[in-house]
Design a protein around this ligand. Structure first.
Ligand code: NAI
Length: 462
């Protein structure tokens, strides 16, 4: 039996980041992971492999659509699916090995296997029981199931199976117009699949700024993605090589079917804590099945903490990372803090979509007075030079104080641009503070400054 100051269960972005910080703070640390590689869903079957496929297919799109206009002539590249899969795998491998290196560097023990918690202070892996003064549960999430839909990860797939299909399907039906559905739908649409997204609500990407939702959908439609909105999927029927999707239109309850070679189920994820026997331990849960924690990420059982997708809040890798660092500080006897009001969200399509803080819809509901500064990428010289003039930056500021309350970007590198606004919000900056900051020319970032200028005396290039 070995004993540790802290054992972290799960090595996704929440768990591995927490392990590194715990070790840096001088705690004897171990991390339990049952997969063959570290990094959890994000590195193995989520954020990282999907970004490799998004990058490769974006390059294909550039070659097919923009190379000629730039004077780059010749045959467009053809797709070698096996090589693209190998590139994706290589991207995963370099990243997961990187975490293994960081574990060694920080003297973190990787306990291989699936953990159970027989009692507070003890973690069992296989036949070994390890002692831990503190336990951090960072076991993440898994795809939520949908009634009437049986996943086989070949024809009817989740975000995991869809990354490793045998071939590019001719017809793909995506259930759910959320982040996963739209990123993966983009990948296969660029590869030539006929992609149809079936969404229950009347707008895509629930909870996002309404103007962004409308523009994003228009752009995706132009890229060849079909949408059936206000449609509740009732079930799927799969044969060896095909599937049938049945949906009901909400407006008239009429029933319809769609044929597909592959169906992606992307209707949300749910917390994963199988085998931990949380009920037996007396760990309290929320009504939505997440592990309940207090302000210090401690569960109702002393010495057991939880972070990331298993607790409340957006299921985002970076939210889990922040909690991972904060809980490490708490366990080390220091203060840990996460500013939940400034957590960006990004969709890595092309153009990218990014947001932070409040939407206009939320502010209206709160009855709070606000102003909006908006700037189109059509007025941004750099964006125009690279065929990326579609989209806009929208900054929302308090009407009286000018303090930035939120930002919503659709456009080139939106996922990077958003962080300028995040930093500004962390410092309680006003739109004027951003507008008065010199921005290099020609950069996409100038569009952020212009939107901030538009909150005051006006943008220059509009
Ligand atoms: P989601 O919650 O973003 O979207 C699911 C969509 O499915 C919703 O629009 C919902 O209305 C629709 N839906 C539900 N039941 C339906 C039915 N029966 N018929 C038709 N439509 C139905 O879920 P998603 O895309 O699966 O993502 C899961 C989680 O993973 C999210 O929390 C997301 O933030 C996270 N994620 C984040 C990424 C990023 O930050 N880039 C990338 C991938 C995942």
């Amino acid at each position: 039996m070995s004993s540790y100051d802290v054992i972290i269960i799960g090595s996704g972005p929440g768990g591995y980041v927490s392990a590194i910080r715990c070790a840096q703070l001088g705690l004897k640390t171990a991390c339990v992971e049952g997969r063959d590689t570290l990094g959890g869903t994000c590195l193995n079957v989520g954020c990282i492999p999907s970004k490799a496929l998004l990058h490769a297919t974006h390059m294909l799109h550039e070659a097919e659509h923009n190379f000629g206009d730039m004077g780059l002539k010749g045959k467009s590249p053809s797709v070698d699916w096996n090589q693209m899969q190998a590139y994706k795998q290589n991207t995963i491998d370099t990243n997961t090995k990187g975490i293994e290196f960081l574990f060694k560097k920080n003297k973190i023990d990787w306990i291989k296997g699936w953990a159970t918690i027989p009692e507070a202070g003890k973690v069992k892996v296989g036949d070994d029981v390890h002692e831990a003064k503190n336990i951090i549960i960072a076991t993440g999430s898994e795809p939520a199931s949908l009634p009437g839909v049986e996943v086989d990860e070949k024809i009817v797939v989740t975000s995991t199976g869809v990354l490793s299909l045998n071939k590019v399907p001719k017809k793909m039906v995506v259930i759910g117009a959320g982040v996963i559905g739209l990123e993966i739908g983009s990948v296969y649409a660029r590869l030539g699949s006929e992609v149809t997204v079936v969404e229950y609500l009347d707008a895509i990407t629930p909870g996002m700024d309404g103007e962004v939702q409308k523009n994003f959908m228009r752009i995706l439609k132009k890229q060849g993605i079909n949408f059936i909105m206000g449609a509740a999927v009732q079930g799927t029927e799969a044969s060896k090589s095909k599937a049938k999707v049945t949906y009901k239109l909400r407006k008239d309850e009429s029933e319809h079917t769609l044929d597909a070679d592959v169906v992606l189920v992307s209707t949300g994820r749910k917390p994963f804590y199988d085998g931990l026997d949380l009920a037996g331990l007396g760990v309290e849960m929320t009504r939505r099945g997440q592990i309940a924690v207090n302000d210090h990420w401690e569960t109702s059982v002393k010495g057991i903490y939880a972070i990331g997708d298993v607790i409340e809040g957006p299921m985002l890798a970076h939210k889990a990372e922040d909690e991972g660092m904060a809980v490490a500080s708490v366990v080390a006897g220091k203060h840990g803090h996460v500013n939940y009001g400034v957590i960006p969200g990004v969709i890595y399509t092309h153009p990218e979509v990014a947001n932070v803080g409040m939407t206009e819809e939320q502010l209206k509901e709160e009855g709070r007075a606000y102003k909006v500064g908006k700037f189109s990428f059509m007025g941004n010289a750099r964006a125009k030079a690279v065929f990326a003039g579609e989209g806009f930056v929208k900054i929302i500021a308090d009407k009286e104080t000018d303090r930035i309350l939120g930002a919503h970007i659709i456009g080139p590198a939106a996922g990077d641009l958003i962080h300028e606004v995040c930093v500004a919000m962390e410092f309680g900056a006003s739109a004027e503070d951003l507008a008065m900051t010199c921005h290099a020319h020609p950069t996409y970032s100038e569009a952020v400054r212009e939107a901030a200028l538009a909150c005051g005396d006006g943008a220059i290039h509009m």
